[in-house]
Design a protein. Structure first.
Length: 352
């Protein structure tokens, strides 16, 4: 009796190559409730399709212009991975995208995430994506799709990467910046710490300090790792409320490049700004970073948000009313300077 050549041999499976399709399917089922929690007007379908649908008319737009943004979290991920505290890193991801969108005058509508890892760990991935859903819920943005990529050999054990993609809309002609003039007032909105930029430098400073992530934090309660993982503040609903109230000419999200590089991006040619560094107190985390690294003030201002996560450029006669509106919405608001003739950002006073 003859036997087939392959009889008694087990064929190679995708799982043998390190990719677990069942785990991927299980993750989708686990995160469906989190995604459903973010549903808003315009949402048309749940997770699991080949594409995600969104109805602009149902979202209330008649002549919309779409605005898109994409970003990641950078090496802040390293701290999340090393400490095992991955619950809020998804908020950072959403914030880095939607805070940019709102600076164009757009309302974020929907979000898609890209999560890549060497081996899918179901509990870890669920915690991360639930954090993304929380960021979406806080900014009125629907989590309507994404991609989970399990790629053996591409990432060290336990490592992962995140990217996000947000799409927003505004009615035609409502885009920002618009109408910025000399004399406009700069309202600074307080940050929640380092946010999501400069973490390669932060990690170098921590190494220099000799402290571990679980060490007592030198500038706040709790551990150093937990303090440095404070999630990026979401400014979306508050900023949109100010825009709709009238008098907001521009919004600047203070990310990589700090105050020095980001504010000029929303100022017309021929206009600059003067910022009074004495108008707010430098948060402890930045003072600690600067002192530990012997960092000069200009470098600090060009690297970090220094306590101001978003700047609203507003008409002078609307400044007080808009500041009150933003405070009522939960923001820490400081009048930090004015738009001037000239170019770039000039500073008075000192932070350090």
């Amino acid at each position: 009796m003859s036997t087939g050549a392959n009889e008694g041999k087990n064929g190679l499976t995708y799982a043998d190559a390190g990719v677990d399709i069942d785990a991927g399917n299980a993750l989708v089922e686990r995160i469906k409730p989190a995604a459903k929690r973010t549903a808003r007007s315009g949402t048309m379908s749940g997770l699991g399709g080949f594409g995600a649908l969104f109805d602009l008319k149902a979202a209330g737009y008649t002549d919309p212009v779409l605005v898109a943004a994409t970003d990641g979290v950078g090496t802040k991920l390293r701290i999340a991975i090393d400490t095992g505290n991955v619950d809020t890193i998804g908020i950072d991801l959403v914030a880095m995208c939607v805070n940019d969108l709102v600076c164009q005058g757009a309302e974020p509508l929907f979000f898609l995430d890209y999560f890549a890892t060497g081996k899918l760990e179901l509990d870890q991935a669920t915690r991360i994506i639930e954090g993304i859903a929380e960021g979406c819920a806080q900014s009125g943005c629907a989590l309507i799709g994404g991609e989970t990529a399990e790629m053996p050999g591409m990432y060290h054990k336990g490592d992962f990467d995140l990217a996000g993609f947000a799409v927003g809309a505004m009615e035609r002609g409502a885009d920002l910046p618009a109408g910025v003039v000399a004399g406009d007032v700069l309202l600074g909105l307080g940050s929640n710490g380092v946010h999501s930029n400069g973490y390669s430098f932060v990690r170098k400073v921590v190494e220099l300090s000799g402290l571990g992530w679980d060490a007592d934090c030198p500038f706040a309660e709790g551990s150093l790792g937990a303090a440095l993982l404070a999630p990026t503040r979401l400014y979306v609903t508050q900023a949109l409320a100010a825009v709709r109230a009238g008098g907001v000419h521009a919004l600047a999200h203070i990310t990589g490049g700090g105050l020095t590089e980001n504010l000029p991006r929303v100022l017309p040619e021929g206009l600059g700004a003067t910022i009074d560094l004495d108008s707010w107190e430098l948060p402890g985390v930045f003072r600690w970073l600067a002192e530990t690294a012997n960092m000069a003030e200009p470098e600090l201002l060009k690297t970090f948000n220094c306590g101001i996560g978003m700047i609203c450029v507003v008409a002078a006669d609307r400044a007080e009313e808009l500041a009150a509106l933003l405070r009522d919405a939960g923001e820490t608001v400081t009048r930090i300077g004015t738009v001037t003739e000239g170019q770039g950002v000039a500073y008075t006073g000192q932070l350090l």
